[in-house]
Write a protein that binds this ligand. Structure first.
Ligand code: GLC
Length: 651
């Protein structure tokens, strides 16, 4: 949009740019800057317009964008243009992701490069390499307490190793996802160290208070994230003799985004990693970016404005790069991280579908789909150029962030129901073979979350120990059932490393001082590559799970109805054990797939006549894409085995 005030400021900025910037060929940069400048100016003004240094900060911002553009390689610039020309590229069903710790998966980044063939064997073409940046030994929060935003941690390798991995991925058309931990730094980060040494400039990067007056006001409304190990949201710092805001762990200092210098620094970091070859940047803990007294300091409007500004700026320098919002918040809040008032995503193109994840676990524990159906019915439609990251497990705990209203509608009392789920997955009940571990019990609220590997949570670890072949089979069925959903739901499925060979809990964290009090380590495995070899040996658990997932992934990639273009509708079924939805291809009306899942431990039947009224089964034979056979049926009654699914298509 052309608007006089923004444009005259832009003219001024262009005149003031340093000669070394002006001398460059910046044609594409300038057209994008022109297109986005009105929005950038408005947002920056909204956030920082009241400051005396607004104009110089605005100039610094544009210089940062230009400098990073100059550093962006020709190859990446070409990729940007190709993606601009095919702007819905990431909505395709071709993408299938995996999140992994390079240390746990392969040892280090160099060895990760050697494992690409394994990922490709499974069909993975998007890899989220969990944080690899420098962080202190011990107090690292699994890599999310960063002490240097531009250096790879030497325990996993070097910047060159990372560039080599990125290069290799590009060659094989695989996408690289990297984290930028935007909300906080480690207390060992240079900025925190300088703040501790008394430099005002860096004290202004954080929230630091002389006494408890302001912190106490904040505390009235701020929930605790790690109540067992890091209660409260502020930490007394001995060397400063002051209180520092530390929402997560005591050694993670929250960054102060009301300071434009912080915004520009972090944007520079995002662009730096984009220029190292990241296709997707996962923005960590975005819900927490803005702190406002009297609120929970989550999901504030300004947090959204910051993300919009980051996106508008990133589009100028590296438009091919996508953002993932890691906002594990209430269902109605998550969707806002796509950007609220636009058809195209204005904040992050991708967001974790924590709602679906938690609902899937609910269906597994209750053996019915009541809450799953209700919860998804209430999930608002997403924007057009935006997509979900659908997952079953990740490196974090399972939070039970359902909407209480939905929980009540299906007949449960929210508090008691959450308690039941935690108890179920930690194996309190006799009928549950789950061996999960409780994460962060909050004495004040009674809340808790769940840790544990997928295989252990569905009871496979215990079933194997008991050598109970029926229970083993049933646990494997649950693993496949959950994956059948994330692979067909719409969005990018993100598998978690180790799950493809049904890796069990790893209890060794309990003997390690720096990990023992964080039960999430129970599901951050070191892959046993000898065990992984069993994926080639028929009859083993590894073989069964790996081959099934591999097959599902291959079928997904061939099924255009599984691309994500708001092309799903839920099917109302009169049987609470079952959950069903139809996926279709807008361009090829005959390409429709009915996904139907049975969460019950009993076989269920389903009347095909019901499908016929919605046009299914009227024209031809129904075939399950997964088995290649027609569904089991007798006359019009179709049968679903316990914990099973169909991907039904009509031929
Ligand atoms: C994100 C990460 C989590 C970490 C937290 C604080 O939620 O996924 O592992 O503990 O941020 O950085």
């Amino acid at each position: 949009m052309y608007e006089q005030i923004s444009h005259s400021l832009l003219n001024e900025i262009l005149d003031d740019l340093k000669p070394e910037i002006r001398r460059q060929d910046l044609r594409h940069f300038y057209t994008r800057l022109g297109a986005n400048f009105y929005a950038i100016h408005n947002l920056f003004y909204h956030l920082y317009g009241q400051r005396d240094d607004f104009k110089p900060q605005m100039l610094r911002l544009v210089e940062t964008l230009a400098r990073q553009y100059i550093h962006r390689s020709r190859e990446l610039k070409n990729l940007d243009i190709a993606r601009e020309n095919d702007h819905n590229w990431f909505l395709s069903q071709q993408w299938v992701g995996m999140a992994l710790y390079s240390a746990g998966f392969a040892g280090d980044l160099q060895s990760l490069a050697d494992k690409i063939a394994y990922l490709q064997e499974l069909g993975i073409n998007l890899v989220h390499i969990m944080p690899i940046l420098q962080c202190p030994t011990g107090q690292s929060d699994g890599g999310y307490a960063i002490s240097n935003f531009r250096e790879v941690d030497n325990r996993v390798g070097t910047l060159d190793d990372l560039r080599a991995v990125a290069q290799e991925f590009r060659k094989r058309e695989m996408l690289l996802t990297l984290d930028v931990v935007v909300n906080h730094t480690s207390d060992e980060h240079e900025w925190a160290q300088k703040a501790m040494a008394g430099e005002q400039k860096y004290q202004d990067y954080y929230f630091i208070f002389d006494n408890r007056e302001v912190p106490d006001m904040f505390e009235q409304n701020m929930p605790e994230i790690f109540p067992e190990t890091a209660p409260g949201n502020f930490t007394w710092n001995e060397s400063l003799q002051k209180w520092v805001m530390t929402v997560f762990n005591e050694y993670q200092w929250d960054l102060n985004y009301s300071n434009p210098a912080v915004f520009i620094e972090m944007l520079d970091v995002i662009l730096f990693w984009s220029n190292q070859g990241a296709d997707i940047i996962r923005l960590d803990a975005v819900a927490f970016l803005w702190k406002k007294m009297g609120t929970a300091c989550q999901n504030e409007r300004e947090a959204h404005l910051i993300l919009q500004l980051m996106k508008d700026c990133c589009q100028v320098t590296a438009p091919g790069v996508l953002f993932i919002a890691e906002a594990i918040v209430a269902p109605v809040e998550i969707i806002k991280y796509f950007g609220e008032d636009a058809i195209i995503a204005k904040e992050c193109e991708i967001a974790y579908n924590a709602t679906l994840m938690a609902l899937l676990w609910d269906a597994i524990a209750t053996k019915n789909s009541k809450l799953l159906s209700q919860g998804l019915k209430s999930l608002p439609d997403k924007l057009e150029r935006a997509t979900w990251l659908n997952y079953v497990r990740c490196h974090d705990d399972i939070g039970l962030g359902f909407d209480d209203h939905d929980v009540r509608i299906v007949g449960y009392e929210p508090h008691a129901h959450r308690r039941f789920l935690v108890d179920y997955f930690t194996g309190v009940y006799d009928d549950s073979l789950a061996t999960g571990v409780r994460f962060m019990h909050n004495d004040k609220t009674g809340d808790a979350r769940i840790a544990g590997s997928l295989a252990s949570l569905v009871g496979l670890e215990k079933a194997a120990a008991l050598d109970d072949s029926r229970a083993i089979e049933s646990a494997i069925d649950k693993i496949l059932l959950m994956h059948s959903l994330i692979l067909s739901f719409g969005g990018i499925p993100l598998l978690y490393y180790g799950d493809e060979i049904a890796t069990f809990n790893d209890y060794s964290y309990r003997d390690q001082l720096d990990k023992a009090n964080d039960s999430r380590w129970v599901h951050r495995p070191t892959i046993d590559w000898e065990r992984a070899e069993l994926r080639k040996k028929q009859g083993t658990i590894e073989y069964t799970v790996f081959c099934a997932l591999k097959k599902m992934i291959a079928i997904r990639k061939e099924t255009s109805a599984f691309a994500d273009f708001n092309n799903r509708h839920l099917v109302d079924i009169d049987n609470e054990s079952l959950f069903a939805f139809v996926r279709f291809d807008h361009n090829r009306p005959s390409e429709r797939v009915l996904v139907i899942c049975n969460f019950s431990a009993e076989a269920q039947r389903f009347d095909l006549q019901r499908l016929k009224s919605s046009g299914f089964g009227a024209h031809g034979q129904l075939t399950d894409l997964y088995t290649g056979k027609s569904p089991i049926h007798f006359k019009d009654q179709m049968v679903l085995k316990p914990f099973s699914f169909y991907w039904l298509s009509e031929y």
